[in-house]
Design a protein around this ligand. Structure first.
Ligand code: GLN
Length: 615
């Protein structure tokens, strides 16, 4: 007992590497005491300069925390991106974009200056942010502040409160912002009561958040507006991507150019000591440390962002992707036929025309480059009549990927190539995207199982080349591969031991787990062999044996169900044993045939494994 307990203790003290990294940043930068706590808003001056918290939220909703991550501080200018996104979604992009520019100002955040059209330069400086609050005030009136507070709460994933003292303090001293407010009104950028608009703005700046909240808010920006912790779509992807754009160009005020050059992660700071950084599709970072540099950005917060970016090489413009790695297997049905056993004349057709059916198994995310590569790879080889795209390992399709895929399907339709999709459930989000983009295509089919898709395509090939599948054909014992090589008296001796059974469509003939006391020779119709979880192992047509493993195994390992109505000869194992005693040569022949059939199945199974490991 003892060693096991100590083993689990040591394992429990292990830390994910990213958490160790944040701990190390916290330890290293705690000694950094440069910069000053903001005191132009007197109440802010009371912050403890030593507080230091770092949180990092991943897009699967995990939050790493180091240091003082639960200390509340006022959000200040970190509210600006969220209120801008809210304004875009509430009032419509055209309205907001006509009132506020998107150019960097190169000025400090509190500059009392408008652009050449007398509009704010961008929504990340005070003039632009006050305009956003003003636009919301125009439609929401006295409810504007609460509307903003609740929206920010959805980004954080919890209800957020206000620091009344900081609000009162800024309200009492915020004449610079008042000057900006009147400048905006005189230029008709805001129309309403300036005092009321500033009241909304001051309150929104006094909303209390923690480093942890900031990280989750940033992660929501990095996740196209879906809060990774609550799963809520907080804002539209349009509002989020435009918000990230202005954070990129202007989020760090007159340090923005340097910031995006060195760190390369869209970010926003606030004079309360917070910095949040949102790396699209990766993470959200939230830092709190109230000592600020001359631009009004947290000194330690900047250090953490720089360290994270350089240690993991996360600069957003430093990316690459291999377009080829989404194809996991690419073959024709010659290499990987369906699990349906075919009669000789059908098999011959399929052997001759195996190139008519091409299967491409895809994996991961289907992006612009991945789908483009797939379409070029298809075009580079002789044109098939059927293309099966197996999507069961595809985790996501980007907007561009879906569009290119739909365009490729249309191209294939022009050449009368049938497109078959497998591996996506009709209830899935992926299916909805595919339908949305491919509506109206006549050449599209889908089957959940790849094997069913291949079988369907095979059937089409067989039909097209005149090999009809006749379910009413009754086959003779002599056609059974298991009985190949037996003399006619041996065949009739064996036949006399059997009983003809007829089955209705869907009837269970053999159940997994039952004692295996007989074997069957299918005379007509079709049966499926399936595992109890529904996975199909094989489809058999007239002329084939099933339940033959009873010769080796005492219990049934799979279910056998009649697909259409079917008839079979059932021979009890006890009778078969007697036959073997009386006809030892025939008995040996059958066992050899069985070994051959099993070897053939193994070869097919090995080829399938090979297909997946070789590409
Ligand atoms: N409330 C502060 C102001 O308007 C916000 C400024 C900031 O965080 N950069 O001055």
């Amino acid at each position: 007992m003892k060693p096991a307990a100590s083993k689990s203790e040591s394992w429990a003290s292990s830390k994910p590497p990213l958490l160790r990294f944040l701990d190390r940043c916290h330890a290293d930068f705690s000694s950094e005491t440069g910069g000053d706590v903001a005191d132009y808003i007197p109440e802010l001056g009371k912050a403890d300069p030593d507080h230091f918290g770092i949180s990092l939220a991943t897009l699967d909703g995990h939050v790493y925390e180091a240091g003082d991550t639960t200390i509340p501080f006022t959000i200040q200018s970190m509210s600006k991106p969220f209120v801008f996104a809210l304004a875009l979604d509430t009032l419509g992009a055209a309205h907001v974009e006509s009132a506020i520019g998107v150019e960097p100002s190169g000025d400090p955040f509190n500059s009392i200056r408008l652009n050449s059209e007398n509009h704010p330069f961008n929504p990340m400086v005070n003039a632009g942010a006050i305009t956003c609050s003003g636009l919301l005030y125009e439609t929401k009136g006295r409810d504007a502040f609460d509307y903003i507070r609740q929206a920010l709460g959805r980004f954080a994933g919890r209800e957020l409160g206000v620091d009344e003292a900081v609000y009162a303090s800024e309200s009492a001293t915020g004449d610079r912002n008042r000057a900006i407010g009147y400048l905006l009104r005189t230029n008709a950028v805001i129309k309403d009561n300036v005092a009321a608009v500033l009241d909304v703005y001051f309150k929104q700046c006094a909303i209390l958040v923690t480093a942890r909240d900031s990280a989750i808010m940033a992660a929501t920006l990095a996740n196209r507006g879906v809060n990774p912790v609550t799963g809520e779509q907080v804002m539209t992807p349009y509002a989020i991507s435009r918000t990230l754009s202005v954070m990129t160009s202007s989020g760090m005020y007159d340090y923005a150019g340097e910031w995006i050059y060195r760190v390369g992660i869209p970010a926003k700071s606030g004079v309360g000591g917070g910095i949040l950084a949102a790396l699209p599709a990766r993470l959200g970072l939230g830092c709190y440390s109230p000592r600020l540099d001359k631009h009004g950005n947290s000194v330690r917060g900047i250090k953490v962002c720089e360290a994270l970016s350089s240690h993991y090489d996360l600069h957003m413009l430093n990316r690459s992707d291999d377009a080829r790695n989404s194809i996991i297997a690419d073959y024709t049905i010659g290499k990987n036929p369906s699990r349906r056993s075919r009669r000789p004349h059908e098999q011959k057709i399929l052997d001759t025309h195996h190139r008519d059916v091409r299967v491409i198994e895809l994996v991961g995310t289907l992006s612009f480059s991945n789908v483009d590569y797939v379409s070029r790879r298809l075009a580079a080889t002789p044109r098939p009549q059927f293309v099966i795209f197996d999507l069961r390992r595809v985790a996501a399709v980007t907007h561009a990927g879906a569009r290119l895929l739909a365009e490729e399907f249309r191209e294939l339709e022009n050449f009368q190539v049938m497109v078959i999709l497998s591996g996506i459930k009709r209830s899935s989000a992926g299916w909805k995207i595919v339908r949305e983009w491919t509506g109206g295509l006549s050449n599209l089919r889908d089957f959940y199982l790849l094997d069913t898709a291949i079988e369907w395509a095979e059937d089409q090939v067989v039909y097209r080349h005149g090999g009809s599948i006749d379910f009413h054909d009754v086959t003779e014992f002599s056609e059974q591969p298991l009985l190949a090589g037996l003399a006619s008296e041996e065949l009739s001796a064996l036949a006399s031991l059997g009983t003809v059974r007829n089955y209705r469509a869907g009837e269970k003939i053999v159940a997994a787990g039952d004692p295996a006391t007989s074997l069957f020779f299918l005379r007509s119709g079709v049966v499926h062999i399936t595992l109890p979880d529904g996975i199909r192992l094989a489809t058999l047509t007239a002329g084939m044996a099933f339940g033959e493993m009873a010769l080796l195994e005492p219990r049934r390992s799979a279910d056998v169900l009649a697909d259409a109505s079917a008839s079979a000869v059932e021979i009890p194992i006890s009778g078969f044993e007697r036959f073997r005693d009386q006809h030892p040569k025939a008995g040996e022949r059958i066992m050899r045939n069985l070994a051959q059939l099993l070897a053939d199945r193994l070869i097919v199974a090995n080829t399938k494994v090979d297909l997946l490991t070789a590409t």
